[in-house]
Structures are given as structure tokens and as C-alpha cells.
Design a protein around this ligand. Structure first.
Ligand code: ZN
Length: 216
């Protein structure tokens, strides 16, 4: 019997040793701790990574010491309709470009920028990358969206660290979950169903997720 073709698109990054991370963040390591080639009955690997490794969700705890932790965020946030919006601006996402999209409260918005076309070809941190401007972040918070996704390591700009922190704080304080490091290469703008459930790390600030979408 022919296998039904899946229309799920995996927009998460493969986690592997030495993969790209933030410039000052520890990198992923993978070590075989059980190895049949050495006589062990099974294969087993030990990983070291950070809570923001690969495609991941930030929780308010990332910026606020008393903020909600990743295991406390409602599951409903991470499953449901999402819209992929393609951004033409090669510097940053600005309010004027968002205006025609009539973004509504409760939406999950994934931004596909030029980042997706090349940043993941390298395991080195690429800068500059397209980021969400302070003004656009404020607009999205005012619109009361549910989740924002971006196709690189962080939602805010890197040139000014202050701006990056400001954008994170705006979203996390404004009830917007942050999905970082999705790869939208080859993904057409439009409406999708999204599943991006973070791992259930107790009381942590963030967790990796497997992010998948399919057209609806
Ligand atoms: Zn993060």
C-alpha cells in the first residue's frame, strides 16, 4: 500500500554538535556513552546544550526573575493556526510593512525574512540579520497576538543589545510567546496549522521544540 504523503513541513533546526548558537553561548556537544561498536548492547548519547538550543520557545522567566517558566505556559499557545508573513525589508521588520496584513488578536505570526534563505547554511553566527524593530514589536503586543516566530536566533537586533532586550521584554511582558530559530526556507507565505510544543523542563526559562506546520 502506498504511504500517504505527509504535508507537514519541519521548520525546526536539526540539533547537532557545533551547530550555530548565540555568540557568547555554549555550543552543543554530543557524546556516545553506549556504543555497540565497543560491545555495548545499545546506542545512547549524552548531550550538552542550553535551554535556547536550536528552535525553541522563550518564556517570561528568560528576562523576569519571577516570570512564568516554560513548563507553566499553556499548551494551547503552541498548537493551532499560524500565519507566515514574508518580509521584504532586508534590515528589520517595521510597522509599515505589517500594516496591510491586518494582524488580529490571538494570531500566531511567523516572520519569513531573507534570513531563511542563507543564515542556516553556516554554523557560524551570522550578523547582521533581519530582526523585529522595537516599533513593530510594540505593534504586535498592542494587537495582542499569541505568538511571534522569527527565522533566526533572536527576535531583536544584535547591533544594539539594548534593543534586543527591549523587544524580548515587550513580548514576554505582553503575553506573546516567542518562537526563535525556525527555518522558513521554501515555505510559502499563508495560513498554516502549527505545532511547536516546548519540552517540559521544570522551572526553566526556555526549551527547544520541534516546530512543524502544514497548510490549511
Ligand atoms: Zn531564546
Amino acid at each position: 500500500m502506498a504511504k500517504a504523503k505527509s504535508n507537514w513541513i519541519d521548520i525546526s533546526l536539526p540539533i547537532h554538535a557545533g551547530m550555530v548558537g548565540g555568540p557568547n553561548d555554549p555550543l552543543v556537544t554530543v557524546k556516545l556513552v553506549r556504543d555497540p561498536a565497543k560491545g555495548d548492547p545499545v546506542t545512547m548519547s549524552q548531550l550538552t546544550m542550553i535551554s535556547h538550543t536550536g528552535t525553541h520557545i522563550d518564556s517570561p522567566r528568560h528576562f523576569f526573575v519571577d516570570g512564568t517558566t516554560i513548563d507553566e505556559l499553556p499548551l494551547e499557545t503552541f498548537i493551532g493556526p499560524a500565519r507566515v508573513i514574508e518580509i521584504k525589508d532586508t534590515d528589520s521588520i517595521k510597522p509599515a510593512e505589517l500594516e496591510p496584513y491586518d494582524i488580529q488578536a490571538g494570531e500566531r505570526i511567523l516572520f519569513k525574512t531573507k534570513n531563511s534563505s542563507y543564515v542556516y547554511d553556516s554554523d557560524k553566527f551570522v550578523t547582521p540579520y533581519v530582526y523585529i524593530s522595537n516599533e513593530a514589536a510594540q505593534l504586535l503586543v498592542d494587537k495582542k497576538i499569541c505568538m511571534v516566530g522569527i527565522d533566526y536566533i533572536t527576535v531583536g537586533g544584535y547591533a544594539t543589545r539594548e534593543d534586543n532586550r527591549f523587544v524580548h521584554k515587550l513580548f514576554l511582558n505582553g503575553g506573546v510567546s516567542i518562537l526563535e530559530e525556525v527555518n522558513l526556507k521554501g515555505v510559502k507565505p499563508g495560513k498554516y496549522e502549527l505545532i511547536a510544543v516546548p519540552l517540559r523542563f521544570r522551572k526553566l526559562d526556555a526549551a527547544p521544540c520541534r516546530a512543524i506546520i502544514r497548510p490549511i
